[in-house]
Design a protein around this ligand. Structure first.
Ligand code: AHZ
Length: 292
């Protein structure tokens, strides 16, 4: 017998009882499935056309999402994160230690988001990187214009040609990450697409999936070669990442450590202010493009 949703919602007035009589409102398994499926696929249907797609929900991608979503409440922002757990490398500081160092003036972002810290003069320290990431994530996901699809990988970029023959990034090609990781073991498992006039790529430095868009620009012939991330120098690296955050190909903005692979700039190691400021700059770039 197929499950039929009730036409009128019943009301349940069940009190909590922790003395041995705890009861839940009744449920059908199919209701649970449909509650998830309907919302998820309605969201996918809606976000097949987005205003901005952010690839990667690490510290740079989430900072971009926060600033953009707050500045433009009607902008449809879709975050695609390959991992099951969003947050990228920002669950810990350096060498898997918990405190997170943020150089001033990026502490202003912590104040805005509401993350407490200790002031050390030129920099501040958040007691646990996870406090930063969980607070930022909770704010970003609570914004009604933001959707995040995790466990979903960007496998390719949509490249369009304008009337003058110029190449422009017009969206992303997606697949479930578990599918994306199995293209070598199964015959063709075709992907899905999301179109958007602006893509912000924040996939981190090179790694199993990192620097995704920068590497794809090279293989697609849109960038001659990767600059490759240079050695660690906090004083050179942080301003370079923020000041060079930009639209590298029409329609595609790079932010965070992905930019160091594109440009060949230094890494900064375990200091996160540049990720936040670069994310904010990426959001400002996105608004500039949307306004032109
Ligand atoms: O899972 C990745 C991570 O959450 C995600 N990602 C990568 N490729 C993807 C793809 N589709 C969807 N193809 C993808 N998602 O992108 C996120 C990148 O987060 P991150 O924390 O690695 O990068 P970030 O640039 O936001 O922060 C870098 C933090 C670092 S690394 C570093 C150093 O090595 O010196 N220093 C800092 C502060």
């Amino acid at each position: 017998m197929p499950f039929e949703a009730p036409s009128e919602l019943p009301s349940y007035d069940i009190a909590e009882d922790y003395t041995g009589g705890y009861k839940f409102a009744p449920i059908e398994e199919a209701e649970v499935s449909r509650a998830m499926i309907k919302r998820y696929f309605d969201t996918m249907y809606d976000r097949a056309v987005s205003d901005v797609v952010i690839i990667g929900a690490g510290s740079a991608g989430l900072s971009a999402a926060y600033h953009l979503a707050k500045s433009r409440p009607s902008c449809k922002i879709t975050i695609i994160e390959a991992n099951v757990a969003p947050g990228g490398g920002a669950w810990l500081g350096g060498q898997l230690m918990t405190p997170m160092v943020v150089r001033k003036p990026a502490d202003l972002f912590l104040k805005e988001v509401g993350v407490p810290f200790e002031d050390e003069g030129a920099f501040v320290v958040v007691k646990h990187a996870a406090l930063f990431t969980s607070t930022l994530l909770s704010k970003v996901l609570a914004m009604p214009n933001v959707v995040m699809m995790n466990a979903t990988a960007v496998e390719d970029l949509i490249v369009r040609q304008d009337s003058q023959g110029r190449q422009r990034i017009g969206g992303v090609v997606t697949n479930w990450t578990l599918v994306a990781l199995n293209h070598d073991t199964q015959s063709c498992m075709d992907p899905n697409t999301i179109t958007a006039p602006v893509i912000i790529s924040a996939t981190g430095h090179d790694g199993p999936m990192g620097a995704f868009s920068a590497k794809r620009l090279v293989s697609a012939g849109l960038l001659k070669e990767l600059g490759n991330m240079r050695g660690l120098d906090m004083n050179r690296a942080e301003p370079a990442i923020v000041n060079n955050t930009r639209e590298v190909v029409p329609g595609l903005i790079l932010t965070g450590m992905e930019l160091s692979e594109h440009d060949g700039s230094n890494r900064m190691g375990p200091t996160f202010g540049a990720m936040m400021a670069s994310g904010i700059k990426a959001a400002k770039e996105a608004m500039r493009i949307l306004d032109t």
